[in-house]
Design a protein around this ligand. Sequence first.
Ligand code: PEP
Ligand code: MG
Length: 593
Amino acid sequence: MTETEAELKKVRGIPVSPGIIIGKAHLVDRSKVQIRYQYLLNGRQLEEEVARFKEALRMTEDQLVHVKDRLPDQVKEYSYILDSHLMILRDSMLTDSTIKKVLDEHINAEWALRRSLADIRGIFNQIEDEYISSRVTDVENVTEMILRNLSGEQREKIFELRERVIIVAHDLTPADTAELNIGKVMGFITDAGGKTSHTGIMAQALEIPAVVGLESATSMVKDGDLLIVDGNTGDVILNPDDSAIIQYQEKQLQHEEFKSSVARTAHLPAVTLDGHRITVRANMEFLEEVAAVRDYGAEGVGLYRTEYLYLTSKGLPREEELVEEYREVVELIAPNPVVIRTVDLGSDKLAPGLDGAKEMNPAMGLRAIRFCLREPEIFRIQLRAILRTSAYGKVQLMFPMISGLQEILDAKAILCQAKAELDREKIDYDRSLKTGIMIEIPSAVMMSEVLAHHVDFFSIGTNDLIQYALAIDRVNEHVAFMYQPFHPAILRMIHHVVRAAKSAGIGVSLCGEMAGDPLCVTILLGLGIEELSMNPRSIPFIKKIIRSITMEEARVDFDDVIHLSTAKEVRAYIVDRMRSLVPELEEKGYLRM
Ligand code: PEP
Ligand code: MG
């Protein structure tokens, strides 16, 4: 660190939307609503209190509908976020339970609402899927809106700004973000927020840089302070000196050039400099993501997660409902393929209405294919829906969490039954539908030579594979430091699976987060992976990296790396190689050790 840098007030948060901005801070009052009063009510006040709460719900609903109706074009595809907030607002878990608490315990609505939120937080904390458990932020956002309406506090309107500023707030809800006047707001930083917050998704769609989770931004920054916000790295510099400004202006320029070159080339194929074509597909979960899948140059969907309808439907979704949803995705992605994964439900990810015993180790519990084989009726209906969808486009079917051959045989038996039913009912489906499995359990890795003869393709799920191979709970922050894609054991496992697939002549892809990590690209290519599936926004950059390297170099790197013994050594090797192969990675902060 140079002396000048040492004097700078620099803090690091979580980057959620890329880009660099230099501008004046504008503090907005988005602090948490303080509940000043927790009070008991007497019997005569109860009705009035419930009416006050209902009025706050009505106001919140009006506000959400107002924002949704006026969404700027760039974020229209994210209207589902506001729909989900409206759903939360109407959900009995939040509202009815609050009213019940008011009536049963004679407490004021604010107090009861906070208690309902705490109950919901408790439930979300037990959900092992990181994405779904982090959705509790949405419930918190809605609760804040209701509390504000209960308190009668007026919110400063962020969109009535006179000059271009950087917003500094305790937190911004997705609705706040959607309302930002991007003509006036250069970007924002917040105390609260996490990596997968919907606020970040909105900021990305609006293409304004944002850093969240700074913890003390609102107490450190004063209105009018000069700020530099680096949405690539999460760095925020308060009152920078001239040299920092010059340095970041340069970075800003580079970033803009980089962005336009990446965007221009999103739809180009991913071909290495020595002519090897890599297929790059997208992971998706919600229908609304289809636009991003197409815009970011995905060549189809490599992983369509299907838990959502089971988690949100009242009871189980009907076959027709499933077909309707899947069909829309498949038709919009055609002529490219969609790999539909059967539900990874179970244990704490139970659909409402299904009973399940509490499990000590849900990640190792009755989930995914185990759950489906235990509940063949639920499974059969989903299989029928997927088969029926295959008549409308290019569909492939995939089973998650396979641990050995027996599960494949059992799952295929139910698939055969579903096909026979459709034959009898004269309902059309793709008779050559490809069926594959996720390889995400170490036993499946070890058995991959055998499994390869029973399926049409493998898709390596490194999120779970790393969890099970290194024995680290993927949602436990205390062992997050051990989530190591570069662990030699993981690389060897991937290598083993690729060899098994190739010698059996079946396809093999990789769809864990690792696929979209710019640092992992060469090593995955070197390992022999020719198909990657990732979050849509990562696609243009990953494709660009593929176009900047040769397969020959990737193989040489792999030969070197496979002899290294620790994740640290592998990472150091890769960082060094990538620094020379793709210089942009350095400036985007990916090469920090
Ligand atoms: C994985 O485990 O790598 C994967 C892609 O599946 P999920 O993240 O849905 O468990
Ligand atoms: Mg998985």
